[in-house]
Design a protein around this ligand. Structure first.
Ligand SMILES: [Zn+2]
Length: 406
């Protein structure tokens, strides 16, 4: 048993002491361009920091994630935040150049600050404080600077768990939550719907069969499915949007194929099979075929991680232990219970909670409105608070779960 007030005071002091190093680390990460599959330099920079904070072990797994372990316990709590960022579409929209971190009035601006490099800084420095506290017994914390999240969330985490055999007991995701808790999100998947025709010269259309014309009622039927998709009490109804269309690049022929891509947002419980089946029932009679495409994914280590473009939704029970521990952590640090909500976007939790069933919780300093915008930023006071949360969480988790097993 520990005295929570003493511990809180200690964590505050350490967070204050380490703050300049944490902010410098975040600035360095922002200076390093790290688009999906090109994370190597950001991984190397993170490994250096994990060495510096005194991790017992620092390594890179087959998928190229940056990993560091604090403690020697067999039970593992994972801290996860990703190093890849989405791409800048128009740098002229940015008040500061995206790769040049700028601090104004306690706010740090830069590409990936809110998604998700401030999360990486928070978990690394949460672990750094935790290391100094020296309170871990049968638990160790594995810090994961994750790769491939923007294009294929969950794929790199899946590889770490299933290929390299790391089995965390719970996963904390430092994505944007503005210092509140998140316990799930909708899933998503891409579906390809295809019609076939018969190609002939465009001067004799009556001899052919036009696949684009066949697609017209299929598109209408797909759009009309909205309002009839599976619903969830928290997430509401699933939705779908026809987002791409393709056919042969031969303007003087009757097209013999046409394919649309559908972006489908799912509620927890929907499976790849149930999605395909539900769509096929509607468009099958119109002569269309349905499949979930395989998404090509290559890690910066050269590992091919291709898999179905299917990312299940998930929702952790409100009474779950990991959420209780999250609340207790916030209460111990700031004397108030945090809001518990769900995310609008998808995260690595699609694998940890959605596929592997590992209890997963979101907590991060970043704010959702700045994610993927030219206003990308993080509040540095919130960053420091998030590091404090990550320092205390494992101690309370160990206390709560250990007490139960005794
Ligand atoms: Zn993210």
């Amino acid at each position: 048993m520990f005295n929570k007030n003493e511990l809180k005071a200690k964590i505050e002091t350490l967070a204050e002491e380490m703050n300049p190093d944490m902010v410098k680390f975040l600035g360095d990460l922002i200076r390093i361009q790290s688009y999906t599959s090109q994370e190597r330099p950001a991984v190397d920079r993170t490994l250096a920091e994990l060495h510096k904070i005194g991790c017992e072990e620092v390594w890179v797994d087959s998928a190229g994630n940056a990993l560091g372990r604090i403690g020697k316990g067999k039970r593992i709590i994972m801290f996860n935040a990703h190093l890849d960022t989405n791409e800048v579409s128009d740098a002229s929209q940015w008040a500061h150049p995206p790769l040049e971190p700028a601090i104004e009035d306690g706010i740090l601006y830069g590409l990936g600050a809110s998604d998700c490099k401030a999360g990486v800084a928070a978990i690394v420095y949460g672990a750094a404080i935790l290391k100094k506290l020296g309170l871990l017994e049968d638990i160790s914390v594995v810090v994961m600077g994750a790769t491939l999240e923007e294009d294929a969330e969950g794929f790199a985490l899946r590889s770490l768990v299933e290929r390299d055999g790391l089995k965390p007991e719970c996963v904390l995701l430092a994505e944007a939550t503005d210092l509140t808790l998140r316990r799930g999100h909708r899933g998503r998947c891409e579906v390809h719907i295809r019609t076939k025709g018969k190609a002939v010269h465009a001067s004799t259309p009556h001899l052919g069969e036009n696949a684009i014309v066949k697609m017209a009622p299929v598109i209408e039927a797909l759009e009309a499915m909205n309002g009839h998709l599976p619903e969830h009490p928290i997430f509401g109804p699933g939705t779908q949007v026809v987002s791409l269309i393709a056919g042969p690049h031969t303007p003087n022929s009757v097209p013999d194929w046409c394919e649309v891509a559908l972006d489908r947002r799912l509620v927890p419980g929907e499976t790849a099979e149930s999605i395909v089946e539900g769509i096929l029932q509607v468009v099958g009679p119109l002569g269309a075929s349905v499949e979930i495409p395989i998404q090509p994914v290559k890690s910066h280590t050269g590992l091919q991680l291709d898999g179905p473009s299917f990312y299940p939704g998930w929702l952790v029970d409100e009474d779950a232990e990991i959420i209780q521990v999250g609340k207790e952590t916030c209460e111990a640090l700031w004397q108030q219970a945090p809001k518990v909500d769900v995310w609008k976007f998808s995260t690595d939790g699609t694998y940890s909670a959605g596929v592997a069933g590992i209890p997963t919780l979101g907590f991060g300093p970043q704010e959702e409105p700045y994610v993927h915008t030219a206003m990308d930023q993080v509040n540095l006071e919130k960053l420091k608070k998030a590091a404090m949360f990550y320092a205390l969480y494992p101690v309370i988790y160990q206390e709560v779960t250990g007490a139960k097993s005794k």
